[in-house]
Structures are given as structure tokens and as C-alpha cells.
Design a protein around this ligand. Structure first.
Ligand code: CO
Length: 135
């Protein structure tokens, strides 16, 4: 199996406080981590759902990938992230299977994880992220 489990779903938001009203207050999810990931141009909040997470993403500017997504589609579901123990071999395997990659090599994601995105044109329109957590 290439993917261990769903690590998180990413949700693009314009207003993080308003989103936290929903997820933390009404849905009673615990905030586990908050981080500004400059490289991805987002402020991200991870909320616990069992062993998985919801990742709220607020763009730092309109020029970022998430900022452009919001301008085009508005707030909502942004990506799904699958966990892998070995992102290098998983990335190779999906590339060999003919999937177009956004990231040819893994890069640093939230909490020091290693991540890589697959192109939605190869994944039925679903932006897909691979995550290798810090061991
Ligand atoms: Co993510």
C-alpha cells in the first residue's frame, strides 16, 4: 500500500477566527498546532479529529497558491493529504504510475514534516498531498 491513512484534509479560509468558531467552538475540535509556513504562504491550524486532522489554511497574501485558489473558488475544501512512511519511494511510485507532480522533490511542510503535492489534472481534480511525518 502506498498510503498509510488520510493524514488531513486542507480547507482554505479567508477568516481564520471565523473558521475557528465553527471547527473549535461548534465542532469542538481541539487546536493541536498553529504555524505560519512562509514557504507555502499560509497560516495553518491543525485540529484533531481522531488520528487525523483538519488543516485550516489562511493565505498570507493574494499572490500565494491558496490566495489564488480563494480568489477563484472561494473558501472550501482545498486538498486531501495521505500519510506515507517513505515519501521518496511513494513519490517515485506515483510518478512511475504516470501521475503529474507539482513537487518533483519533497519539501518541508507543517511541523517539520516532508510533503509533496500531486497535480490535480492527474488526480480527478483533487489536489493531493503526500505527507511523511517527522519520525
Ligand atoms: Co496539507
Amino acid at each position: 500500500m502506498l498510503f498509510g491513512r488520510i493524514d488531513h484534509i486542507g480547507v482554505a479560509v479567508e477568516d481564520l477566527d471565523a473558521a475557528m468558531q465553527l471547527y473549535a467552538q461548534r465542532f469542538d475540535m481541539r487546536e493541536q498546532h498553529r504555524e505560519t509556513v512562509e514557504e507555502q504562504g499560509v497560516e495553518a491550524v491543525l485540529l484533531e479529529v481522531g488520528e487525523g486532522h483538519v488543516e485550516l489554511l489562511r493565505p498570507l497574501s493574494g499572490e500565494t497558491a491558496v490566495g489564488k485558489f480563494l480568489a477563484k473558488r472561494g473558501p472550501g475544501l482545498h486538498h486531501v493529504a495521505y500519510q506515507t512512511d517513505d515519501i521518496d519511494s511513494t513519490l517515485r511510485a506515483v510518478r512511475d504510475a504516470g501521475i503529474d507532480l507539482i513537487d518533483q522533490e519533497p519539501r518541508v511542510g507543517i511541523r517539520g514534516s516532508r510533503v509533496a503535492f500531486l497535480h490535480p489534472s492527474s488526480t480527478g481534480g483533487v489536489l493531493t498531498e503526500l505527507v511523511e511525518p517527522v519520525h
